[in-house]
Write a protein that binds this ligand. Structure first.
Ligand code: PMP
Length: 441
C-alpha cells in the first residue's frame, strides 16, 4: 500500500506521529519533537490535554452530531455566547464553520449578500494585501496576495487587488516615525479605492499580525485605526482575519484588541480547535445580520458540519481552559521570555535581520546580509533546509518564504503552546540555533 494521504504517497517520506504529550509530539520510533509552532499556530494547549479530552468524551457519549437544519445544541450555543462575550465592541453574531478557509469564505459571501440587501449591488470587489494568506478555497484564495499560489487558478472568483502590507522592517524609510510610516502605508488603501471607485468595493481584508506569509509581523501602532477610518469614510467593511493570530496567541483573545480597532467581521479557527477538532467561526455584527434577516431572510451559506456538537464542545472547553488557567496572562509573560531568549541567541546573528511578534507569536527573518537586508537567493531554499534541520534536531518550527513565493525573505514562525515552560523555551532556542546553523552550513 502506498499510503496516498494527499493524492501522492506519503509513506516513508515523513515521520509518523503516534502520540502527543504536552508540548511534544512523539513519532513511531519514539523520537520526541518539541512543538515550537503548534503545528501552524494551532496547538495552543499542547497535546493530550485532559480537560479537552474529557469534554470531547462527554459530548461523544451523549451525541456527536445532529444536523443544524433540525437541531441546535448546548455546546454550539454556549460556544457562541462565550465568543460574543469576549469579542470586540459591535460583534454580536457568530457563524460556526469547520476551519479557517470556510470562515473567510463565509465572510466574503456575507459581505456580498449584505450589500445586495441594502441596495448597493455594485460593491463586489475586495482589497487585501500582498504577502498575505487567507485560505485555500477559491474565494479565500482570491483574497490572498501570494502571487505564486494564485497563478495556477487565475482568473479568480472574487476580484481582489492588493496593497502593501505593513512591514516596518523592510519598508519604513530612514528617519520616518512608526506612526508616519503606518499612516503612509494605510493611505495606500485610500489610493486604491480612488483607483477602483469606492462604490465598487465591499471589503478590506487583513491579518492584524501576519502569520504564515511573513512570520509574525504586527502592524505598527495606528495603522489599523487609520485603515478603520478609511473603511468608514467609504462604507467598506473591515474584515480582520485572526485565524492564526487570534484565540489568545498574542496575549489577547482577539489580537485586534491591542490595536484598539473594532472590525465589522473577524474570522477565527486554528487555536479555537487547538488541534482537538476542526472548527472555525465568522464573527460579525447584528446590523449586518439583521439587514439580511429583513431581506432575503437568511445568510445563503451553509455546511453540513457547521455548529457540529463535538467540535463546539471541544472549542468551548478550549476557551474555558484559556480563561480558567489564566493563559492569556501566561502568553504575555512567556512571550517576553521567548522574545528575550530569541534576542539573546540571535540578536547578533549575521543572518537574522529581524526578530518580531507579539505574545507567543514570534518570527525571525533571515537575510544574506544584515546591512542591506538582502534576502537569500531563493534557489537556496533556506526555509526548507531549516525545517528539515529542525525536524532532525527534534523541533517543529514553521519556516516559509523565499522571493520565489512572491515574498521577500525567508522567515521562521514560532507559535508554541501557551503551556510552554522556561526550560522548553531554552530547548526551543537551542534546537533552533542548531537548525539554523546546519541549514546555512
Ligand atoms: N487565514 C489565515 C490567516 C491563515 O493563516 C490560514 C491557515 N494558515 C487560513 C486563513 C486558512 O485556514 P484553514 O487552513 O483552516 O482553512
Amino acid at each position: 500500500m502506498a499510503g496516498h494521504v494527499f493524492g501522492r504517497s506519503t509513506r516513508g517520506k515523513l515521520p509518523k506521529a503516534v502520540a502527543g504529550e504536552g508540548c511534544y509530539i512523539i513519532d513511531a520510533d519514539g523520537k520526541r519533537y518539541l512543538d515550537g509552532s503548534g503545528g501552524a499556530a494551532v496547538s495552543c494547549l499542547g497535546h493530550s490535554d485532559p480537560d479537552i479530552r474529557a469534554a470531547l468524551h462527554d459530548q461523544l457519549d451523549r451525541l456527536a452530531f445532529a444536523h443544524t437544519g433540525f437541531f441546535t445544541s448546548d455546546a454550539a450555543e454556549d460556544l457562541a455566547d462565550t465568543l460574543i462575550a469576549a469579542a470586540p465592541e459591535g460583534i454580536d453574531r457568530v457563524y460556526l464553520v469547520s476551519g479557517g478557509s470556510e470562515a473567510v469564505e463565509a465572510a466574503l459571501k456575507l459581505a456580498r449578500q449584505y450589500f445586495m440587501e441594502i441596495g448597493q449591488p455594485s460593491r463586489h470587489r475586495v482589497i487585501a494585501r500582498r504577502q498575505s494568506y487567507h485560505g485555500n478555497t477559491l474565494g479565500a484564495l482570491a483574497a490572498g496576495g501570494n502571487a505564486w499560489r494564485r497563478a495556477q487558478f487565475a482568473p479568480l472568483l472574487v476580484e481582489t487587488s492588493h496593497i502593501s502590507p505593513c512591514y516596518e522592517y523592510r519598508d519604513r524609510a530612514p528617519g520616518e516615525s512608526g506612526e508616519a510610516y503606518g499612516q503612509r502605508v494605510a493611505d495606500e488603501l485610500e489610493a486604491e479605492l480612488q483607483r477602483l471607485g469606492p462604490e465598487t468595493v465591499m471589503a478590506f481584508v487583513a491579518e492584524p499580525v501576519v502569520g504564515a506569509t511573513m512570520g509574525a509581523v504586527p502592524a505598527v501602532p495606528g495603522y489599523l485605526r487609520r485603515i478603520r477610518q478609511i473603511c468608514d469614510r467609504h462604507g467598506i467593511l473591515l474584515i480582520l482575519d485572526e485565524v492564526m493570530c487570534g484565540m489568545g496567541r498574542t496575549g489577547h483573545l482577539f489580537a485586534c484588541a491591542e490595536d484598539g480597532v473594532a472590525p465589522d467581521m473577524i474570522t477565527i479557527a486554528k487555536g479555537l480547535g487547538a488541534g482537538y477538532q476542526p472548527i472555525g467561526a465568522l464573527l460579525t455584527s447584528a446590523e449586518i445580520y439583521d439587514a439580511i434577516d429583513a431581506g432575503s431572510g437568511f445568510f445563503q451559506h451553509g455546511h453540513t458540519y457547521m455548529g457540529h456538537a463535538m467540535a463546539a464542545a471541544g472549542a468551548g472547553a478550549v476557551l474555558r481552559a484559556i480563561h480558567d488557567r489564566g493563559l492569556l496572562e501566561r502568553v504575555q509573560v512567556m512571550g517576553q521570555t521567548l522574545d528575550a531568549a530569541l534576542h539573546d541567541r540571535f540578536g547578533q546573528h549575521p543572518h537574522v535581520g529581524d526578530i518580531r511578534g507579539r505574545g507567543l507569536f514570534r518570527g525571525l527573518e533571515l537575510v544574506a546580509d544584515r546591512e542591506s537586508k538582502a534576502p537569500f537567493d531563493p534557489a537556496r531554499k533556506i526555509h526548507a533546509r531549516i525545517k528539515a534541520a529542525a525536524m532532525q534536531a527534534g523541533l517543529i518550527c514553521y519556516p516559509m518564504g523565499g522571493t520565489i513565493d512572491g515574498q521577500r525573505g525567508d522567515h521562521i514562525l514560532l507559535a508554541p503552546p501557551f503551556i510552554i515552560s522556561d526550560d522548553q523555551v531554552q530547548e526551543l532556542t537551542d534546537k533552533l540555533a542548531r537548525a539554523v546553523s546546519d541549514a546555512l552550513a
